[in-house]
Design a protein around this ligand. Sequence first.
Ligand SMILES: Cc1cc2nc3c(=O)[nH]c(=O)nc-3n(C[C@H](O)[C@H](O)[C@H](O)COP(=O)(O)OP(=O)(O)OC[C@H]3O[C@@H](n4cnc5c(N)ncnc54)[C@H](O)[C@@H]3O)c2cc1C
Length: 551
Amino acid sequence: MSKLKPSTIRIGRRYRANRLDGPYDAVVIGSGIGGLTTAALLSDLGWKVCVLEQHYTAGGYTHSYDRNGYEWDVGVHYIGDVGARTRTRMMFDFLSGGKLKWAAMDDEYDRFYVGDRTYSAIAGKQQFRENLVTRFPAEKSAIDAYLQLLNKVGKAMSAYAMSKLFKPWQRLLAWPYLKLKIPSLLFRNTYEVLSELTKDQDLIAVLCGQWGDMGLPPKKSAFMVHAMIARHYMHGGYYPIGGSWRIAETIIPAIQKTGGEVFTYARVNRILLEDKKVTGLEMSDGHRIDCACVISSAGITNTFSKLLPAESVDKAGYKHLLERVKPSIAHLGVYIGLKETAEQLGLPKTNFWIYPGNDFDAAVERFIDDAQAPFPVVYVSFPSAKDPDYTRRRPGTATIEIVAPAPFEWFEKWKDTSWGKRGDDYEKFKTFLGERLMQCLYEKLPQLNGKVDYYEVSTPLSTDYFCAYQHGELYGLDHDPVRLRQTWLGPRTRFKGLWLTGQDVLTCGVTGAMMAGLLTTSAIIGMRKSTILLKRIFDSAANKQNMTLGR
Ligand SMILES: Cc1cc2nc3c(=O)[nH]c(=O)nc-3n(C[C@H](O)[C@H](O)[C@H](O)COP(=O)(O)OP(=O)(O)OC[C@H]3O[C@@H](n4cnc5c(N)ncnc54)[C@H](O)[C@@H]3O)c2cc1C
């Protein structure tokens, strides 16, 4: 195999101990959207914040990379709720100072191939409903009941998020209120809820056609996350103009404004504690950064099993809590480059979800047991078609990305090898999986046969290498009902001065992790200052100016 050239897309400043300019008011571990949001919001309040990122570029799962003249995103294909003056949109505008712009996808933002049948998700609540009713006329009342349940979950989400802010004694006091506002429906199993509405397995499959957006099929996932995702995209999918790396690029200046910085190649080795109190961090080069406020956006698994001393974690009573959560499934990525534009190739601004049949859970189990079994889901995204700026940056070319689940265990035997040099048997296995994924693409878009100039395959080991997920987790912790009931998964920890943020605090998704950043900031600064901050975010002039959109 020829040597892979490193990507030239680099956001953030390369770490050197002598480039640190402390003391910092807070240090954030990880530059994903959760960490960047927390850092930017604290900076807006005048804090000097240092963000430490182990990767060569900032952004976590929002980073992009380039090779051989093409550019791909690794963890952002579409974002919902940014086509109107929603809270999500206002947050992005506030964080980026209005610099992050969005392009609408096609009205058909998702297409589901379920066996030999094809269905769509259409933008707009009414259009979404009508499209479903047309395809499933006998299920009209089930579809309406489903939409009502989505509303019910939507209404409960603020209370659920707010409950994460409470200290344990406050939660006890607020219990009657929380019980009223957060119905048990949120923590029920998705399939169970849907099968009470309809017996039509195709309809259930279509409603769950986005299960890949949280990594658990309907018989395993919590209805809350299912509903949250369905609601998130119901008004259409949007793509960050210029590529997903623009997210970090447009947020970092807010952190630098008050003297803070986002350092890359900056791996944190340990969080330092004294008597259950944070005193700072030890970097992988041995350098110590003193700071009484440390925010970990590196995920629960990294924070508790790698960064904190095991003894302190046990003593603080986390051991049995950690046993209640588990890593989400890992994934394969295929990054494809073509020497014609998206327009010339007829690529849509629609994501494809390709399923072998309507029993998603059975398909996952079959595949986990047997790598030769059909992929339980193949997700295909067309970033260059979605990005109106792509052909300016990379003229005459197009890109496609494929994502499919794959258990980390299949790759574990190569985990101690180095990236790009994992050996022939690893490459052979990768080729076997990659070629099968490419076949799925050609089946749906035969015009691409003979047009692909380049492609490469990533595995769960690539996810660990670049994004520091020890089990190649696609979405941090699994989004099952048990995880969502864990009240300790919030911004606060049992260690004074240590805070958590990112997708494990609330839910996965760029918006979920960004909202976790807002929660964490609120927990740190307290109720009074949060009220002022919220007013600034949701009333800011930048938000009023930036409401011109593609759709
Ligand atoms: C294939 C894929 C597709 C996705 N598609 C979408 C999509 O279309 N839309 C959407 O909304 N969401 C999508 N997501 C989910 C979304 O990208 C994530 O939920 C979100 O970006 C997570 O943000 P985060 O800040 O919690 O974590 P991350 O972005 O993972 O950031 C954590 C950071 O911590 C760093 N870190 C870890 N340990 C250390 C250490 N010791 N020292 C320093 N740094 C450390 C990591 O390198 C990483 O950069 C997708 C995810 C994947 C993997």
